[in-house]
Design a protein around this ligand. Structure first.
Ligand SMILES: O=C(O)CCC(=O)C(=O)O
Ligand SMILES: [Fe+2]
Length: 286
């Protein structure tokens, strides 16, 4: 029989969460500790998310951004025409701006991206050459493979296609990032924009400016779990090979949308593979 799980977070635990986050601990590590202490997972997740982002989305203050100012950059209509492909819109959400897109990548492109990333992931899992020590690099960094803009023909083709979809030129785009999650792998809720009040954001923003939009492309179906979730609006997308999930978080006046909080739910069975394109306010050297 399972021990009963705690469903209430005491003031002491709230304080512990706040202090652990403030001293730079990863939210996933806090979650693991709370689970070891028999907290119900959902309760622990909510308490951590509340400490990071506040309990609810802040209500719009007088004179602040209205929903209508978060107007999608995407072309209207049911089909978006990229230079080499027609992309069908399956779902649109007004706020935060979200669109589910079909047929962004074909099956062969998905397979080729996974193969390319696999060889890079394998390389990144070897002993660190610059430390000279025997420590294997952080498992989390070895889960991602980065491809410079236009690094090869396939990457170039996808850079051009995503730019056309996202209505910005390729020079606004960061290099493609392929991510692989195994069973239990997740990406806790976060914002893709650089937190304006954090010192660490300044060097990113200095070149290219703020991030404004994201296109996550799914390289394979996932057997169970691994949904992309927007907890503030209770929206959940189930990964489907070749589809894309597009979202935006910066209005024309620079306001950022707190409803864009999102994450990758834990994979329950199988693997999850995605490739992500992030777009910046301005063209930059990449
Ligand atoms: O894994 C997911 O579904 C979310 C990924 C994500 O948030 C990102 O790449 O910025
Ligand atoms: Fe993200």
């Amino acid at each position: 029989m399972h021990a009963r799980r705690h469903t209430k977070v005491t003031p002491d635990w709230h304080r512990w969460i706040g202090e652990a986050l403030a001293s730079g601990n990863a939210p996933a590590d806090l979650l693991a500790t709370m689970k070891e202490h028999q907290f119900d997972e959902r309760v622990a997740r909510d308490a951590i998310a509340d400490a990071m982002f506040g309990g609810t989305a802040p209500p719009p203050a007088a004179g602040s951004v209205q929903a209508s100012e978060f107007r999608s950059r995407l072309a209207p209509g049911h089909v978006i025409r990229a230079p080499d492909r027609d992309i069908r819109v399956l779902v649109r959400v007004a706020r935060p701006v979200i669109a589910v897109l079909d047929n962004v990548l074909d099956g062969a492109e998905c397979d080729a991206l996974m193969a390319m990333a696999r060889s890079r992931l394998a390389r990144s899992a070897v002993v660190s050459p610059d430390s000279g020590s025997n420590t294997v690099m952080d498992i989390r960094t070895s889960e991602g493979a980065y491809f410079h803009r236009a690094e090869n023909e396939l990457v170039q083709r996808i850079d051009a296609r995503t730019a056309a979809i996202m209505q910005l030129t390729e020079e606004h785009g960061e290099g493609l990032q392929v991510m692989r999650y195994g069973v239990g792998g997740e990406y806790m809720p976060h914002y893709d924009y650089f937190a304006p009040d954090q010192k660490g954001s300044a060097p990113h923003i200095a070149s290219g400016g703020q991030r404004v939009s994201t296109l996550i492309m799914y390289l394979d179906d996932v057997e169970a779990g691994g949904e992309t979730i927007f907890p503030r609006i209770d929206f959940s997308y189930v990964p489907r090979k070749g589809q894309g999930l597009y979202f935006e978080y910066a209005a024309a006046d620079g306001s950022l949308d707190p409803l864009s909080l999102h994450g990758g739910a834990p994979v329950v069975h199988g693997e999850k593979w995605i490739v992500t394109k992030w777009m910046r306010e301005r063209a930059f050297a990449g």
